[in-house]
Design a binder for this molecule. Structure first.
Ligand SMILES: [Zn+2]
Length: 340
């Protein structure tokens, strides 16, 4: 009898599947003030990056299909989860003297700290939308990026480490324990690794060009103390392309997640691994980013009820950035791939 009922349930569920069963609701976070951070003339991390993304999504009629999520500034307490009070005070003081540089790569304009806090707040709003069930997953088109920012120091275009703030937010606000951070930016996210290096509750996975900036991310760096085994660095040579990177995700990340079983997935989505990027020498295509997205979605579907929040890190060729973000979002929303 149980077999018959089981068969009926399976049959009913098959018939009940609508034609568009694959389509998911993807949230999109953007705020016009994200354009107001100006790190200096000629800087590659420029406002035009976000303008290119938004206009591409509009041109391809993709923007209207996404669920708009509004960003608000982050509460100080969430920043203080991963940054020192001294550093946060330093940021507020330094910006009063804008334009000013915090390191040779990292400039501030008068709005920069406010914009960075609005960017972190956008990521947290995306998490709220996913946890509320308003969306299945979300992409945050924000700047400045964050994954090089250390607890007590700005670095490499980054002021606030948004993905690290996000991981703590998911844990403390929603009580989820195991968080996966996938960092496919072409640079190693040294700041993120540092913040969770001794923490077995946040798994940090990074693929990055090596040797290259910032010089961290050796395969032998796997964590410390209780965190040993919860950092997985995969340094790869210049020239690494779609097939190699997909193989790394399939053969290293997927088995690691079978053991870790993440309850929420965050993506430090840098698109500077694209073959046209002027800052680095990987050979990814937009289709490659789509494939990496698909692999991460399979992990999230298996262990984390599909919960993914992806946030922009690097990506400095405007066309490559726009086409890669389009491919990424099309895959997140389960729609057909129509990139070129
Ligand atoms: Zn990067």
């Amino acid at each position: 009898m149980q077999h018959i009922i089981g068969f009926l349930l399976v049959s009913l569920s098959l018939f009940a599947l609508p034609a568009e069963a694959d389509s998911l609701t993807t949230g999109f976070v953007y705020h016009p003030d994200y354009l107001l951070h100006d790190p200096g003339a000629g800087h590659p991390e420029r406002p035009a990056r976000l303008e290119a993304i938004v206009s591409r999504l509009q041109q391809r009629s993709l923007l209207d299909t996404l669920h708009t999520i509004n960003a608000q500034s982050v509460d100080h307490a969430w920043l203080a989860e991963v940054h020192t009070e001294a550093y946060l005070s330093h940021l507020e003081q330094a910006v009063k003297n804008a334009p000013v540089h915090l390191d040779p790569d990292t400039g501030l304009s008068s709005d920069s700290v406010r914009v960075a806090k609005l960017a972190s707040g956008g990521v947290l709003a995306a998490i709220d939308a996913v946890m509320a069930g308003d969306v299945d997953n979300a992409f945050v088109a924000q700047r400045p990026p964050g994954h090089h920012a250390l607890p007590d120091r700005a670095m490499g275009f980054c002021l606030i480490n948004h993905v690290a703030v996000a991981a703590r937010y998911v844990q403390k606000k929603y009580g989820l324990r195991r968080i996966l951070i996938v960092d496919w930016d072409v640079h190693h996210g040294n700041g993120t690794e540092h913040m969770f290096y001794a923490d077995p509750s946040v798994f940090y996975f990074s693929t990055h060009q090596s040797p290259y900036y910032p010089g961290t991310g050796a395969a032998t760096d796997t964590g410390s103390g209780d965190g040993i085994g919860f950092t997985l660095n995969v340094p790869l040579p210049a020239g690494t392309g779609d097939a190699n990177l997909m193989r790394v995700f399939e053969t290293k990340l997927v088995p690691a997640m079978e053991a870790f079983q993440p309850e929420f997935v965050l993506i430090s989505a840098g698109f500077d691994a694209h073959r046209d990027d002027p800052l680095a020498a990987f050979e990814l295509t937009a289709e490659g980013y789509s494939e990496l997205t698909r692999i991460v979605m399979e992990i999230a579907a298996k262990f984390a009820r599909g919960r993914i929040v992806s946030l922009l890190e690097g990506g400095y060729d405007l066309d490559a950035l726009a086409s890669s973000v389009e491919a990424h979002i099309r895959t997140l929303s389960g729609g057909p791939e129509e990139t070129n």
